[in-house]
Write a new protein. Sequence first.
Length: 324
Amino acid sequence: MSDDDGLLCAYLLDGDGGGQLVGWDAIHSHNNDSLTLWVHLDRKQQQSQQWLEQDAGLEAHVCEAMLEEVTRPRIERFKDGVLLILRGVNLNVGADPEDMISVRLWVEPKRIISLRYPRLQAVQALRDSLDVKKGPCGSGDFIVQLVDGLTDRMDPVIDDLEVQIEEFETVAIDPSSHPDVSLLSELRRRAITLRRYIAPQREVVSRLQVEPLSWLDEVSRAQLRESSDQIRRYVEDLDLAYEHALIIQDQLQHRMSEQMNRTMYLVSIIAAIFLPLGLLTGLLGINVGGMPGAHNSVAFWVVCIILLVLAYIQIWVFRRMNFF
């Protein structure tokens, strides 16, 4: 078995939480009377695409849906199985968690086909659980554990987003601070991106637990209901985080507007004080005959005193009128 041929792993579930790792030969010879088979493929590899289209026995539009580049969470039930497309947060090193990774699944009573690109931690956790005999026992248990794993890994990402918004608010309410508004915009973008995929995933899980599927027992349906409620809470938390960010942005804009208004008010007062002074100095600066004091050596100082007195009178009047 090699990633180069598109087969990431294949297990025959023993029904007791464990699984036997198998290769292409066992995949080709599998039938619905034997143990449940899980085939996990790399969506980008040519051989996995070829097997899915030619040897998996799936309808053409099912293969097309599983191989699409751009997907969103969805569920579609057929006579022989269910097409599921789910999303999980991207926890790979150097990646943004909100760039959620899709896992595409075809689920039958005795066969599960999954495709992913790139690596998804929730799927790796399933493989690890099978190796220690704590994994899924069948198709229904597989979906329940996968949904649960995808959902649990959303929690720290959303909590971290909420914490960052609260920390930003703590800085923003300080009048002496100068918060980076672009960071707030980035937090809002993350909330929107996460909600874009998590909200429809809630609908998928809700619909899955009411579908009349033979491989879903009442215990599995109850667990799916719990996951659906948990995802609903995440959607509400993301909505709250987005609204919180909007409120902070409004506060910042209001503070900036107040600062701008105070600045303009101060500029207006200064302009009002210097306007009459400028009028007088401009009038005295015209170069025409008959200008009083033109030949008097103390006339300049008299004019300066007059201007200072006039400025003082203006300031006194403004204070009396509570302008400042």
